[in-house]
Design a protein around this ligand. Sequence first.
Ligand code: CAA
Length: 258
Amino acid sequence: MNNITLEVADQIATITINRPKSLNALNSETLAELNECCAEVEKRKDVRVVILTGSGAKAFVAGADISEMVNATPAEGRAMSLLAMEAFNRLENMPQVTIAAVNGYALGGGCEISMCCDIRVAAENAIFGQPECGLGILPGFGGTQRLARLVGKGRAKELIFTCDKINAEEAYRIGLANKVVPADQLMDECKKIAAKILKNGSYAISIAKSVINAGLDMDLLNGLRMEADAFGFTFSTHDKKEGMTAFLEKRPSELTDF
Ligand code: CAA
C-alpha cells in the first residue's frame, strides 16, 4: 500500500493515513487502500482495538483530495463518494473497537472519517469542520448523515452551512470529540482507553457495538427487541459464565473472546 500503514502490537492495530505532503487528503487510491486495510484487520483475531490516525504533526486528514475532484465529472464525483462510503461503512462496522486519534486538521472527509470511529480523542491542536459548501459541494463522505446523528440536527446544519472550523474544546463541548488531550499525549491516551477495553469481553463488546450501530437506524421498540435478543445470546458464551462466576467467587475474571 502506498498511502496507508498498518502496525499491530499488543492486540491494537494502528492504521495511519500517510500522505503528509497533502495533509493526508483522501484520494481514490487512499480510499481503496483504506477499504482493503479494514477488510484485512476486521478478519484478524489478534486485533481487538483499532487506532486510526494521520501522519505528521499537523493533520489528521484535511479532507477529500481537492486536486482530484477539481476536474471530476458528476459521475466521477458520485463514484468517489460511493468508494468512500464503502470504506467508511466497513470502518464503522468493524467488529473491533475503533478510536480516532485526531492529531490536527480533521476537515471535510477528515471529520467524516473520524465520525466512523467509535471514539474520537482530539489533540489540543485538532481542528474540526465541514468546509465543503465553501467549495460549492456538500459533505459527500457521510457528513450530512453522521454529523447530525452525532451532534444533533441544529449543530450539524450550523457547521455545514457556515463552514466554521472549530477547535478541539468546542468539538468536545458539542459531543464531536470524546476527550481532548495535549498533542504529545494523544497516542498514549488512546492506548489507555484501549487497555480498559481489552480487559472486557471482546465478543460482548462487538455485539454491543453492532446493536448500538443498528439501533440508531431503527425505532426504539425494534431496537429494544434487538437488544433483548443480543442480551439473551450472550448467555450462551464462556465469557458470561466466567465473568459472573468470577464476580460471585470474588476473584478476577479471565475473559476470552467468546
Ligand atoms: N486536498 C488536496 N490537497 C490538500 C488538501 C485537500 N483537501 N488540504 C491540503 N492540501 C495540500 C495543499 O494544497 C498544500 O499542497 P502544496 O504544498 O502542494 O501547495 C499542502 O496540502 C499543505 O496545505 P496548505 O499549504 O494549505 O497548509 P495550511 O497550513 O496553509 O492550511 C488547511 C491547512 C487549513 C488544512 C488547508 O490546507 C485547507 O483548507 N485544506 C482544505 C480543507 C478542505 O477544504 N477540506 C474539504 C475537502 S472537500 C471534502 O472533503 C469533500 C467530502 O465531503 C469528502
